[in-house]
Design a protein around this ligand. Sequence first.
Ligand code: SF4
Length: 450
Amino acid sequence: MQTASVLHGREGQIHRKGATPFAIDCNKDSLAGAVSQRACVFCGSRVVLYPIADALHLVHGPIGCAVYTWDIRGALSSGPELHRLSFSTDLQEMDVIFGGEKKLYAALIELIDRHRPKAAFVYSTCIVGLIGDDMEAICRKVTEEKGIPVLPVMSEGFKGNKREGYQAACRAMARLVGTGDTAGIPKHSINILGDFNLAGEIWLIRDYFRRMGIETVANITGDGRVDDIRRAHGASLNVVQCSGATMDLANMMQKEYGIPSVRVSYFGVEDMAEALYTVAAFFADPVMMEKARAIVREELEILMPELQRYRKALQGKKAAIYVGGAFKAFSLVKAFRLIGMEVVMVGSQTGTKEDYQELQEITDEGTIIVDDSNPLELSSFLREKEVDVFVGGVKERPIAYKLGVAFCDHNHERKEMLAGFAGMLNFAREVHDSVMSPVWQFVPRRNKEI
Ligand code: SF4
């Protein structure tokens, strides 16, 4: 067995279950020079707000920030697709010297006239934080002139970690909530927070809730619409997926409008079923609960025989997980167990102490739990544990392939539906096809130091 490479100063952010009593250092800025897998604050905001399809998204900054996040999620829309265009004020040297406010104002006026959006989000980037453009004032001025909400997103890239980007996005959305008419919203109504409609997943989830007799008021933010978010305060419950991205908005809505929230996950059989039961239990309606049970029964009858086939082939194989939010990691650990695989490493970019505590409880002895990792550590863990498949996002993919390890994309760029019962089958199929692919005989696994 090899010894894993861990950067000096990061030892406290790695825990090996069983080796020592549980303790992990997390929720802090990345170690300088560590080439963290994390994205910047601006990117954190951009990924949360991006799926609001009838809003204008203008990046106030150099062109690179806009290009970096152009069409950043595989978030589908059932209608307008304005979100897929990336607009930037393209700040240059002279703007940095003399300020970019005039350019921002002109860009907003031109884009709003041309695209007639329902609202506009204006993202602050590193350089705007440095030169001190008054984005708030420009947005207020354009709101008055054009009659639509123009919302500053205070997401200067350098001012913290990705989690602060989520908070900036939630603060911007909170200014929309409460400005729409809630007439006609029934008692059995929810908002779906933290699902981004990758590959159409929110349509599947909405349909489960519809079959239970529940109306969805607003998708926040997958296939999102400005007018729905404006009336989201009329819903009875916020159903929040993922630990980080939209929890702050749910907390703000609880404080401001008294709307309670529940945390759920739609990944894996157990968590998907639990999500439906949790919502039915909230409404305390026995008929609704029976409908939830019927959905789970029907879906499992189709799913389980198929899953058994994959389980047979994958039994005993090893998986490593590195994702943005730790909440998704909980579901993935359970999903791998369901298909007979062992999770030997699990980590996240933005997990909290409570998240890692929970991971410690649901994983097997010897599992490596890691916070805010980097390519050096990840490749070292993959080699040490002789992993068969690595689950992550676009930045983790090359690490896996360079080591001859199979990869499954579970991040926001993916085009495959992995949520819901149907998504579990897709997940099992994708893991199976990737692990069992004949290509690995031509790319021998590199378990030795390179
Ligand atoms: S906001 Fe800053 S860190 Fe983020 S992409 Fe732009 S320049 Fe880079």
